[in-house]
Design a protein around this ligand. Structure first.
Ligand SMILES: Nc1ncnc2c1ncn2[C@@H]1O[C@H](COP(=O)(O)OP(=O)(O)OP(=O)(O)O)[C@@H](O)[C@H]1O
Length: 252
């Protein structure tokens, strides 16, 4: 058994992770620590390794080297994607994948079913606590007045919120979210930042984003990736003043 020293109380512990594609290191000894209840924005130029990092955390890719632990002692490199989702890590891809011809409410109901297994959901009606959970989620994602709308008739931003609501139904401890603000109006972007701050009260969040106004609104620590490693870390203001960050990313 490997002996790894993990600082106490980490929700995500990534250390020395390397992942190569045909000899090219998409991740190059990447290390990153997230504490429970923390929100972290990940920024960096195209090809910096942000998606590959998410793929490694969620079990889509296995690292060539390095350590990835969840909740102090769960070695994520020993689990597949489905197991990692069940362990409590939810991932939101850039493009929303709500079911367009179901209502907002039904999409959330389906997400609840996903947690339980479809068969069990077919034979059980929604309990009052299920209804409350759906109601709370609808309020959180600001779609309470649209619960009977077909998901296909929502705006792009509203679809993104619905999908985040569907993830929340599964009560993940850690949420990984890829470019949520892309394609949103300014108003939706501002509301999404508010939603994430609300989410961060109950969940840990890793948010990959290119929109600096959105990152500023998140008001959380920022990690800058470059060539598969961490280039800088700190407040947005601090990393914006970092000369190397300006050279490889912000100044371009
Ligand atoms: N399956 C793959 N096969 C070969 N190369 C890959 C593969 N996946 C990623 N790469 C390469 O690894 C590097 C990192 O890619 P990655 O998608 O993780 O970057 P990123 O930071 O998410 O970029 P973006 O901001 O454009 O989404 C890129 O050079 C990419 O071409």
């Amino acid at each position: 058994m490997r002996s790894v020293h993990i600082p106490q109380d980490t929700i995500l512990y990534v250390d020395g992770v390397t992942k190569s594609f045909d000899g090219f290191k998409a991740l190059n000894s990447l290390s990153l620590i997230l504490e429970p209840g923390q929100m972290r924005a990940i920024i960096g130029p195209n090809g910096a390794g942000k998606t590959t990092m998410m793929d490694v955390i969620t079990g889509k890719l296995r690292p060539d080297e390095g350590t990835v632990f969840f909740n102090n002692d769960i070695d994520l490199t020993q689990h597949d994607e489905a197991e990692i989702a069940n362990i409590g890590i939810g991932r939101k891809f850039q493009k929303p994948s709500v079911i367009e011809n179901l209502t907002v409410f039904e999409n959330l109901e389906l997400a609840l079913a996903g947690r339980r297994g479809v068969f069990e959901s077919l034979i059980h009606k929604l309990s009052s606590s299920d209804n409350k959970q759906i109601g709370d989620t609808l309020a959180l994602i600001r779609l309470a007045d649209k619960q009977d709308w077909q998901a296909g008739s929502l705006s792009h931003g509203q679809k993104q919120w619905l999908e985040i609501g569907m993830l929340i139904m599964q009560e993940p401890q850690l949420l990984l979210i890829d470019e949520p603000a892309a394609g949103m109006t300014d108003e939706e972007t501002a509301l999404t930042a508010e939603l994430f701050k609300e989410l961060a009260k109950k969940h840990s969040l890793v948010v990959v984003e290119h929109d600096m106004d959105f990152v500023k609104a998140l008001d959380c620590p920022v990690t800058v990736l470059h060539e598969g490693s961490v280039l800088a870390q700190g407040s947005l203001e601090q990393v914006q003043q970092n000369q190397q960050v300006i050279e490889v990313y912000l100044g371009r």
